[in-house]
Design a protein around this ligand. Structure first.
Ligand code: NAD
Length: 716
């Protein structure tokens, strides 16, 4: 044994050839601070070992190394930028130490080699991958760039263009693709991996492979002439600007770093990377994106836990109603392997529902994500029916009929008498209280809300609404089913609007008041899209949701929160509704819709909409971007805080993820509560106070004020 620690073992396996095995105690290998220190200790011994002729890196796990330990990031990144540079340098020095071993090195890759795992492999002279390998540098997805020398090494191995593509998109590659791009030197079957690595290191030791020449290229400036460099870097910058935009600084800084480092040796290139990494680590986008990753892990962890707790496995489902939502839910369930009965009272609806599922599957086949046999299997696992008999024997029912409490009540009552006594019953209602609907059932403990978002196949969130009588077992089984459907479930308590719509409607109310006070709705949309980063501004979103639906929801919210969300007579939403401008669904709302040359909906300004609003609003007035953002976002953040305080949602993490997954809240802002932390809670309170006179939705809770005064945050 040459070296052993809790995460690494180094030992001789043949004459002069040692094996450096990553074998962490947990389920995967990752670079936490301890593993990095162990790597340094092991490498220092190897540097002095005169018997050493060659080295193989491998992993005792199914996967090589998943990357750095992200749970350590946020606390570390509190350090000032000037301290982060030496901190990241001491880590990247270890990677240099690996690259500088006086003997040839080969890495045997399998499973994930991501982030730091990929960067470790780049220090080796040769990379052999088995067919299970997925390799890549996903750091930009955390608002960062590679920090262990990846921006210096990868361009010198695969060329600047390919390296910039890897680093700026963060997309991982399969083994064959990585081979084609020159990132790995050979791909073999999993059972041949170690033999291939051994034979490669032996060839290098025997001088059959010129490892010194290969290594020298990694230590030198990039081989690009001036014209090639100009072409390469300006193309990359153009691509990054068009795709990432100004809110995501990481990909652009990565390109600029690679560009500046092009004429430098490794030491110069890595020094630039150290500085760039430290700079990005201090950005709000990195904090938000790392937070998102951790929040997502929390949600996945809870779903996994629910899967273990659930006594009932969901192997067959039924959806009642084959409309927009029912059709989408049936498709999603079937395509993730849970057969589904789709029941409607209208044959035409069933045909439309099946047609929609077939269209979506056809697109997967077109994109080669599914083959024809796979598609046929999914289609065959959806059973359209007009009869309740076919629903017998399912494990779960998702009711998605029209949003009418009487109809839903009757449908739920009827279905309870059809299904078995332990089948779970859920409703996809968007507004009706789960406790009210539960009153129709003999056994309300097996009932809860299962609120999907439209379009079901695209929106990751499912709100699972616990009624006062819902059992823990029911919740666990429904959470597990949502996760099986590939969704991110968040459990919330029952209240008007549940969590997501309860928070959305104060935002719409803030927007409506702005318009009544003379703001131009198209300018509001532009500010909220371009500056704040929403995928759609509030007017556009209302058109997509449907002004009839929004009008109805406004009534529900007003009934639930009579003072805070009281209905405003003749506000823009009701004016649009009464003028039968329902939005995208009938071609006119705030905007007018037509089809572009490709048949996609296209929105335009419309004089009739402007005239309608002019009739109810004050004289046109120009509002600054800051005021537009404050007057729409303060009500949303306040309501999210209220939901957290009232226990509607269990944690800040779930409150943030609910809006990111359910509404498309800008990910680089991390969600409403992370955003409040970022601007500073005291600043948020001061901002809200400026608008407190506009109504209760602007007034912060006592607890928020106390938290701000005590310097507390939502993410300590
Ligand atoms: P939809 O009008 O498109 O579809 C409703 C379907 O239910 C129709 O096909 C209708 O024939 C069928 N139906 C009516 N009575 C029935 C019965 N007794 N048995 C079986 N089928 C019956 O409506 P939708 O937009 O799909 O909405 C369905 C539910 O989902 C509503 O509760 C709605 O609030 C909720 N929801 C909608 C959205 C959305 O964006 N559309 C989002 C989330 C939740």
């Amino acid at each position: 044994m040459i070296y052993q620690s809790s995460s690494i073992t180094v030992q001789y396996i043949a004459d002069g050839i040692a094996e450096f095995t990553f074998n962490a105690a947990g389920s995967v290998n990752k670079f936490d601070q301890q593993t990095l220190a162990d790597c340094r200790a092991a490498l220092e011994i190897l540097h002095k070992d005169e018997k050493l002729k060659g080295l193989i890196y491998n992993s005792s796990k199914e996967t090589f190394i998943v990357g750095a330990d992200i749970t350590e990031f946020l606390a570390t990144f509190q350090k000032p930028e000037a301290d982060l540079i030496p901190w990241i340098k001491q880590a990247s020095d270890i990677f240099d130490l690996a690259e500088d071993l006086p003997v040839p090195t080969v890495v045997a890759l399998k499973g994930f080699a991501l982030g730091g795992g990929c960067e470790w492999s780049l220090t080796a002279d040769y990379r052999v991958a088995d067919t299970s390998t997925k390799i890549g540098l996903p750091e930009v997805k955390l608002g960062l760039m590679p920090g262990f020398g990846g921006t210096a090494r990868l361009p010198r191995i695969v060329g600047a263009d390919t390296a910039m593509e890897w680093i700026t998109t963060g997309k991982e590659r399969g083994a064959e693709q990585a081979l084609k791009e020159g990132a790995v030197d050979a791909v073999v079957a999993p059972d041949k991996l170690m033999a291939a690595a051994l034979s490669m290191v032996q060839d290098a030791i025997a001088g059959k492979l010129d490892w010194r020449k290969k290594r020298a290229a990694k230590l030198s400036p990039l081989k690009l002439n001036k014209t090639e460099a100009t072409m390469s870097f300006s193309t990359a910058k153009g691509m990054v600007f068009a795709t990432a935009g100004k809110h995501y600084p990481a990909p652009m800084l990565a390109v600029e770093t690679i560009e500046k480092a092009a004429r430098l040796d490794r030491a110069g290139a890595v020094a630039l990377e150290n500085a760039g990494f430290a700079k990005l680590a201090k950005t709000d986008a990195a904090t938000a994106q790392i937070g998102l990753f951790l929040n997502d892990q929390l949600i996945k962890g809870k779903a996994k836990q629910a899967g273990k707790l659930a006594k009932k496995a969901i192997n067959k489902a039924a959806v009642l109603g084959a409309g927009i939502m029912g059709g989408g839910i049936a498709y999603q369930s079937a395509s993730k392997g849970v057969p589904v009965v789709m029941k409607d009272i209208n044959d035409k609806a069933l045909q439309l529902g099946m047609g929609e599922a077939i269209k979506l599957l056809g697109k997967l086949v077109e994109r080669k994500r599914l083959d024809a046999a796979g598609m046929a299997k999914v289609v065959a696992s959806i059973t359209p029916t007009l009869s309740n008999d076919t629903v017998k024997g399912v494990d779960i029912v998702v009711e998605a009929v029209v949003e009418n409490p009487k109809i839903k009540g009757a449908v739920l009552k009827e279905i309870e008498s059809v299904v078995g006594p332990d089948a779970i019953i859920t409703s996809n209602t968007s507004t009706i209280s789960i406790n009210t609907l539960a009153a129709n059932l003999e056994n309300p403990s097996r009932f809860c809300g299962m609120h999907f978002f439209n379009p079901v196949h695209q929106m990751p969130l499912v709100e699972i609404i616990r009624g006062k009588d819902t059992s823990d077992e029911t919740i666990a089984a429904v959470v597990a089913y949502a996760a099986k459907m590939g969704k991110s479930p968040i459990v919330v308590n029952d209240c008007p609007g549940f969590y997501v719509n309860r928070v959305l409607f104060p935002y719409f109310a803030g927007f409506s008041k702005l318009v009544l006070d003379g703001a131009d709705f198209a300018k509001v949309d532009k500010v909220m899209e371009k500056q704040f980063g929403w995928p759609m501004g509030p007017a556009y979103l209302l058109d997509v949701v449907g002004l009839d639906t929004a009008h109805h929801c406004t009534d529900v919210m007003a009934a639930g929160f009579p003072t805070r969300m009281a209905k405003v007579d003749n506000d823009p939403v009701s004016a649009m509704y009464h003028a039968q401008r329902f939005g995208q669904k009938n071609g006119v709302g705030f905007y007018a819709y037509s089809k572009d040359a490709k048949g996609k909906p296209k929105k335009d300004l419309d004089a009739a909409s402007a005239a309608l609003l002019a009739g109810i609003a004050a004289l046109a007035k120009d509002f600054s971007a800051d005021e537009i953002i404050a007057r729409t976002m303060v009500p949303m953040i306040n309501e999210a805080i209220r939901c957290l305080e009232e226990g509607i949602v269990a944690s800040a993490a779930e409150a943030d993820m609910g809006l990111i997954y359910g509404l498309g809240f800008p990910p680089f802002r991390g969600g409403p509560l992370r955003y409040a932390d970022t601007i500073g809670l005291a600043n948020f309170v001061a901002l809200a106070d400026q608008y407190a006179h506009l109504g209760e939705i602007y007034q912060v809770t006592d607890k928020t004020r106390a938290m701000a005064a005590n310097g507390q945050v939502f993410y300590p």
